[in-house]
Design a binder for this molecule. Sequence first.
Ligand SMILES: Cc1cc2nc3c(=O)[nH]c(=O)nc-3n(C[C@H](O)[C@H](O)[C@H](O)COP(=O)(O)OP(=O)(O)OC[C@H]3O[C@@H](n4cnc5c(N)ncnc54)[C@H](O)[C@@H]3O)c2cc1C
Length: 496
Amino acid sequence: MPHGQVKAAFSRGTAPGPAPGARILIVGGGYVGMYTALRLQRNLKAELARGEAEIVVVTPDPYMTYQPFLPEAAAGLISPRHVVVPLRRVLGGCRVLIGEAESIDHAKRTAVLSTLATEEEGTGSLELSYQELVLAPGSVSRTLPVPGLADHGIGFKTVEEAIGLRNHVIEQMDIASSTRDPAIRDAALAFVFVGGGYAGVEALAELQDMAHYATRYYHNIEPTDMKWLLVEATDRILPEVGEDMGRYTVRELRRRNIDVRLETRLDSCEDRIAQLSDGSRFPTRTLVWTAGVKPHPVLAASDLPLNGRGRLKCTTHLSIDGAPHAWAAGDAAAVPDTTAKEEGAVCAPNAQHAVRQAKLLADNLAASLHGRPLAAYAHKHAGSVASLGLHKGVAHVYGRKLKGYPAWFMHRAYHLSRVPTFNRKARVLAEWTLSGLFKREVVSLGSLEHPRAEFALAAGGGRPGPGSRPAREGGAGGGDKDGGTREGGGTAEGSP
Ligand SMILES: Cc1cc2nc3c(=O)[nH]c(=O)nc-3n(C[C@H](O)[C@H](O)[C@H](O)COP(=O)(O)OP(=O)(O)OC[C@H]3O[C@@H](n4cnc5c(N)ncnc54)[C@H](O)[C@@H]3O)c2cc1C
């Protein structure tokens, strides 16, 4: 297509205010945001070089998180820096803006954004105009109005949550080891996970495996002293790997002394007591909520069409239905699953679809600007792999079912091939190789989250300020302001 025509295509739209070339706004820097931007900067290299186009990626963090590695990061098998991809490094052809989209007025082609600077300056949100929109804010944890959940629960979607949980679990073992109070000890050693999808099962299995290993360094904690509990509302777990492999996983977890409760719900976790629908009660200081996801709330703050579940209504071309120049993919998008038998089925929210959709979305967006025909999205779910701890796993891929070591090996090989950039692959492989040669690291660096605590104490500043550590944390989510010192600190001398 001649240069002039491309320019004309880019100049469409009614965005107010001048734009330095036509602007493609990508909301979200996760799977879809990053892969779309990567592909677009390749597809539109010439236009970007001539200043006829600009790609702006707005995202709250300067990195993309490879979420399937979060359970291994929580277990200390991969360091946190290696489960994330620095966006500025890989997206050299784009402008990366650290901030959040608050609302979108697609009719006017504008997005209202807040950034770190707008907060600092107190100037209020800023309005950014665009010609093409890619909306990919992903999903957030789907919570229920369970009493106490908001106060004591923690999710498992971000690298901060994964590392926070790791530190917290080890810290609970330290507390249990040093307290004289059996009630505190029992609650510290009870770990409750709600939701049996891959995030919950993998997180629980990896952390239990790590904690089991760590007990060898505690003179007074045996593996059987710990209570690990998985609560699932339906009659199966890990639906992603199929029914047989799900049943195998239940058996495998129970063999490891993990209490798997199917067809059971968490009714309350007030006062740090997990109360289940089967009538049982467990005092616990760790409640991990992984009971599914829902579309990001920013979608509701737009004038774009949503389906009954709050996901953006999309066409098979990954454009948003009835909204010209708007595109979406991934967890936020309801993309018709043309390979499914059921009428009206949409693609499941998983990385397998997100990556493939992102690449096609970028190709279609570029094709639409160049006046070329668009391609339709079709991908038949290939199956899933899940890690259940070191050397343990389960897989169901292309009809083949694997368990134990072969499944775990396949999990690692698959994700190593999928983690973005050669740099990450090399670093992760190096870490896995080294961890095969040396003992596991089982230390809590929870104090990293409160770097000013030590200095504030030395300076005699009274109450520690923001960024400093309260005396001792209690909940998985941190911030147990009243409970800590009483429960955790200062009893080491009198340890049982
Ligand atoms: C622990 C865990 C393990 C998983 N394992 C697997 C697996 O093994 N296999 C698999 O297929 N899938 C897996 N998934 C699911 C997979 O990671 C998601 O389906 C995938 O990340 C979806 O991609 P996305 O781009 O839609 O969303 P995300 O990757 O979540 O990206 C969304 C991005 O948007 C940003 N954002 C949010 N709000 C705003 C806003 N207002 N403005 C701007 N940006 C915003 C977010 O910060 C984030 O960067 C796992 C998920 C988890 C949590």
